[in-house]
Structure formats: C-alpha cells, structure tokens
Write a protein that binds this ligand. Structure first.
Ligand SMILES: [Zn+2]
Length: 95
C-alpha cells in the first residue's frame, strides 16, 4: 500500500481533508490509471488535475467508472513496489 505523504499539498489542491485521513494510491486493474483514495471518507479522486471533487466509492453506492477505460469498480491499492508508477504519473507530486 502506498500512502500520500503530501497532505498539505492535497489540501491546497482542493481535497477535503478532515483530521487523520489516510490517502492511498489506487490503480485501475484494467488500464493501470492511477487514482487516490481517502480511506476515511471513501472518496476516490480520479483526476490529478482536478482534486476539487472526489466520488464516493463504497459497496452500497453507485458504481464508479474509470475515466480512462470506463471499467466499473475495478480499483485496487497499488503495491509497495509500484511507487515508480506514481512517480512517473501526474500524481507524483503528491507521493
Ligand atoms: Zn481503467
């Protein structure tokens, strides 16, 4: 699991942060597009260029679609050895 350590940068970018929220990088299992999950509020952020709004991703809520490949609900946490994927992406500044 890869956590963001740049909480202040996330906040400045518009992410709603309340208290001790944990932000974990996820990827779409279908196309490897990276996203960021607030594990406390279950908010998934899909676009690093616009962090003003997350989508609620929870089992009893509406399915969430990957904006890149349009697969539904196929997000998984990145493994520790996948940090380079985050670094090379537009999410790198939040790692
Ligand atoms: Zn995808």
């Amino acid at each position: 699991m890869i956590r963001s350590s740049k909480i202040n940068a996330l906040r400045r970018a518009g992410v709603l942060v309340c208290g001790d929220d944990e932000f974990v990088f996820y990827k779409c299992r279908n196309c490897d597009a990276i996203s960021l999950m607030n594990e406390e509020l279950l908010q998934l952020y899909l676009n690093p260029a616009d962090l003003s709004e997350g989508v609620l991703w929870a089992t009893d809520e509406l399915p969430v679609q990957c904006p890149t490949c349009h697969a539904f609900d196929d997000f998984v946490p990145l493994e520790d050895d996948e940090r380079v994927l985050v670094l090379k992406s537009d999410w790198g500044r939040f790692l």
